[in-house]
Design a protein around this ligand. Structure first.
Ligand code: GDP
Length: 197
């Protein structure tokens, strides 16, 4: 898929405030600092559409982008940032949950997982919640350039094994590196396929 047009629609504080549109939505979500903004910039082929932040946990709104006048890319706030107060974390978590669990337009959530480290408990819990709620999602491993191939293979195997302790099958997975521009086509291909479905 070519990105012919890309427009920032707006930032919204809750699911109910999000645009009342029939465009299919694709949401990107992950732990703060997982590489979400960089991946969104890679996918959209824009340098700074999503702000790559040196202050993790800053984006606390739901950002909407309209792509090719036919679908919405939704940038959800990163979860689990330790420096955000407990109260605020609970508030964002509720807002994210509400969007993911009730949004009719949502076609697929792209859940970003850092490929360089073992599966974090907060990620496992998040995936567990999505799975139990029947939210359509895929897993996107990020920053694969940041780890040697052998270690990457081990990490991915361990992460999958851990998830299979709870689930009988895994969702589709993608391996990406924004630095090496890897994984863009595959993600756009899935969006393209789902848009046609
Ligand atoms: P976000 O908080 O999830 O939106 O993450 P950002 O996109 O702001 O990235 C967080 C940090 O990870 C920044 O220092 C980025 O430069 C770095 N980063 C993002 N993507 C990659 C990647 O593919 N490879 C490597 N090695 N670093 C990355």
């Amino acid at each position: 898929m070519n990105i012919k047009t890309l427009e920032f629609v707006g930032s919204f504080p809750s699911e109910t405030a999000c645009p009342d549109s029939t465009f299919p939505e694709y949401a990107f979500i992950g732990r703060s600092n997982v590489g979400k903004s960089s991946l969104i910039n890679l996918i959209t082929d824009r340098k700074e559409i999503a702000k790559v932040s040196s202050t993790p946990g800053k984006t606390q709104l739901i950002n909407f982008f309209e792509v090719n006048e036919s679908w919405h890319l939704v940038d959800l706030p990163g979860y689990g940032y330790a420096k955000v107060s407990k109260k605020n974390r609970a508030k964002f978590s509720k807002m994210i949950d509400h969007y993911l669990l009730s949004r009719k337009q949502l076609q697929c959530a792209f859940v970003l997982i850092d490929a360089r480290i073992p599966l974090q408990e907060i990620d496992r819990e998040f995936i567990s919640k999505l799975g139990a709620s029947g939210v359509p999602f895929v897993l996107v491993f990020t920053k694969i350039d940041g780890v040697k191939l052998g270690k990457l293979t081990d990490n991915l195997r361990d992460i999958k094994e851990k998830l299979l302790e709870e689930w009988t099958e895994l969702p589709q997975t993608f391996i990406t590196s924004s630095t090496k521009r890897k994984g863009r086509e595959e993600i756009l291909e899935l969006i393209s396929k789902l848009n046609k479905a």
